[in-house]
Design a binder for this molecule. Structure first.
Ligand code: MG
Ligand code: MG
Length: 265
């Protein structure tokens, strides 16, 4: 994809009228949904070690969500069979939990959602298992840093493209590349609401960020090329060149006082 296409995607937010602004009551509910999913991912990743299967991690996340009186947000959505997407190494997003055994040196992403009173949260964390290379540490720190830049750009009065460019500009300082075919999104009663929030593209474009807008900001960063392909299972998105990929995501509310991360305990 070239810069022109990137611009078109980033600018799409301008013409989306479906972006919903949440009331303070709705934001309180979404904060609880965010707390629950942060709890679930933490509990699952406390068990992350060499030898555990991805379905065991998924079961921990599901039990954690249900223990809080919430519902898994991904289970059954679009036909997805599990509570969490678990994507390892060259897998970018949408990996399906299975009897696959986690190995020392893997980088494992858990992407998970919870529903409280009809409102969604969306949260992803990537973690390294055991000892590993400096490239893996660098990929994780760059991706996390790009998320932090994106969140800082989510100020009222800024535009969606300011988030996109903040993420991309941080990743460009490294040799890594931002995934272009999958993007962040608005979130609320639906997991995926307008606007799209690309992780690339020019600042100053797209929907103006207003208090009450809630966005899932989620950079996906590849150690090689940004290009992706679909795995044979029809769900898992992998890097085209087989290089490693990393993903972090927070659900973030735009408020008068700036961005507030909802997916924290
Ligand atoms: Mg997600
Ligand atoms: Mg998301």
């Amino acid at each position: 994809m070239n810069g022109d296409s990137a611009h078109k995607i980033a600018a799409r937010g301008n013409i989306v009228s479906g972006a919903t602004l949440k009331s303070s009551l709705e934001l309180d509910i979404m904060r609880e949904a965010g707390r629950v999913v942060a709890f679930a991912v933490r509990k699952a990743f406390e068990a992350l070690e060499h030898g555990i299967t991805t379905i065991e991690l998924d079961n921990i996340a599901r039990q954690a969500i249900e223990s809080q009186g919430a519902k898994p947000g991904f289970l059954g959505l679009y036909g997805f069979p599990s509570t969490a997407c678990i994507s390892i190494n060259e897998e970018i997003v949408h990996g399906i939990p299975s009897d696959r055994i986690v190995q020392s040196g893997d980088i494992v992403t858990m992407d998970c959602g919870a529903i409280v009173d009809g409102y969604n949260s969306d949260h992803a964390v990537t973690k390294l298992v055991g000892f590993s290379s400096s490239e893996k540490h660098g990929l994780i720190s760059t991706t996390l840093g790009s998320l932090e830049r994106g969140i800082q750009a989510a100020q009222p009065g800024n535009r969606v493209g300011d988030i996109s460019s903040a993420v991309e500009n941080h990743v460009r300082k490294s040799s890594f590349e931002v995934v272009r075919e999958y993007v962040g999104h608005g979130i609320g009663r639906d997991l995926h609401e307008p606007p799209q929030v690309p992780n690339f593209g020019p600042g100053g474009h797209g929907l103006v960020l207003q208090p009450g807008l809630v966005l899932a900001i989620e950079p996906m960063v590849n150690a090689g090329s940004w290009k992706t392909r679909m795995a044979d299972d029809g769900w898992t998105v992998v890097t085209e060149d087989g290089a490693l990929s990393c993903h972090f995501e927070h659900t973030v509310a735009i408020t008068e006082d700036g961005p507030v991360v909802l997916t924290v305990e």
